[in-house]
Ligand binder design. Sequence first.
Ligand code: NAD
Ligand code: ZN
Length: 367
Amino acid sequence: DADETVHVALGDRAYDIRIGRGALDETGASARALGARKVGIVTDANVARAHLPRVMESLKRAGIDASAVTVAPGEASKNLGTLGEVVDHLLAARIERGDLVLALGGGVVGDLAGFAAAVLRRGVRCLQAPTSLLAQVDSSVGGKTGVNSRHGKNLIGAFHQPSLVLADVDALDTLPEREFRAGYAEVAKYGLLGDEAFFAWLEGAHGGVFGGGPERIEAIAASCRAKAAIVARDELERGDRALLNLGHTFGHALEADVGYDGSRLVHGEGVAIGMAMAFRFSAALGLCGTDDAARVERHLAAVGLPTSAKAIPGGVSGADALLEHMRQDKKVEGGALTFILARGVGQAFVARDVDPAKVLGFLEREL
Ligand code: NAD
Ligand code: ZN
C-alpha cells in the first residue's frame, strides 16, 4: 500500500495532497515543514473522539504549540455564529499569519475551518486533514470554503486554497458505513464525468475500495488527480469546473426537497440519484444510449447507493417543486437552467439553457 502524492498546480499557491496510511501521525512534521510555530485545530466531536489525541501527540512530538476547538457534528455547524466562535478561539490562541489552521474532520469542518482561515487576520494558511471519504476526494481539495445562510447552502464563503492536504485512509475505518458509501458517489462521479477507464476499473475494484484494500488508496488518489486537474484548469469555476456538479443539479433539488433531512437523504445519496437521473435525462434527449444509463445504475446499485428518487423514504413532493428548487440553485444565472449531461460514460459536458419544459417532462416520468 504505497502512499500517493497528488500535486495541485496553482502557480504560487500550488500544494500537495498526501494520501496514505497513518498520515495523521505526520501532522506535526508537516506543520513544521510549513514553518508553523502554532497550530489551531478545528474539529467536530465525533472526529475529536476518534482522532484528536494522536494528532495532538504528533504536534507535541514536533514541538508545536497546539490548541483545539470542537464544534457539534453535522451540517448545522456551518453557520456564521459557529464561524464567529471558531475565529474567536483562534484569536485567543494567538494564531498568527505564519501559523496554521488545521481542519480535522469531514467536509463540514473543512469548509468551516477553511473559511475561518481565509478571514482570520485576512488570511492564515490552512492544512486540510480530511477524515471522511467525501472530504478526502472532494471538499478538502480545490479551495472552496464557506458556511450556509438562511437563504441557501454555501452562500457565504471564499476561495482559500490549503497549503497541504493530509488524507489518512486509516481514519476512514471509524467513519459510519452510510457516510463511506455516500462519499463513494463522488468517487464514481470522477469516472462518469471524464474517465471511462477509471469507471471500468471501479466496476471491478469497488469491493477492495470498501474493504480497505490497496484499491482504496488508488481510488482516492485517482479522484484527487481528477479534481486537481479540473481545479488547476478553472480555479474560480468560470467554465469546466462546473463538470464537478455532475448529478448535483438533481441531487441538490432532492436534498432541498427533503429539507436537508440527513436521516432521509445524505448528500452523496442525492448525488448518486442525481447522476443516474443525469444519464437517464441524457438518454431521453438522445445524447447517450440507454445502455449507458443502465450501466451507471448497475454500478451504483452494486455498492448499495440509490438510483431513483422513488428510493427516498417518504418520497418527494413533485416535478414542479423539484424544478423550482433547481431555479433557486445559486449556479442558475438569469433563470437559465444549467445541467451536466453526458454523451456516454466519461463524456460529460456543461449544457447551458436547457429547456425547462423538457426538464419538467422528464421529472414527471421519473417520480
Ligand atoms: P460531515 O463533515 O458532516 O461528516 C459526516 C459525518 O461523519 C459527521 O457526523 C462527522 O462527525 C463524521 N465523521 C467524519 N469523519 C469521521 C471519522 N473519520 N470517523 C468517525 N466519524 C467521522 O460531512 P461530509 O460528508 O464529510 O461533508 C459534507 C460537507 O462538505 C457539506 O457541508 C458540503 O457542502 C461540503 N462540501 C464542500 C465541498 C467543497 O468543495 N468545499 C465539496 C463537496 C462538499
Ligand atoms: Zn457533492
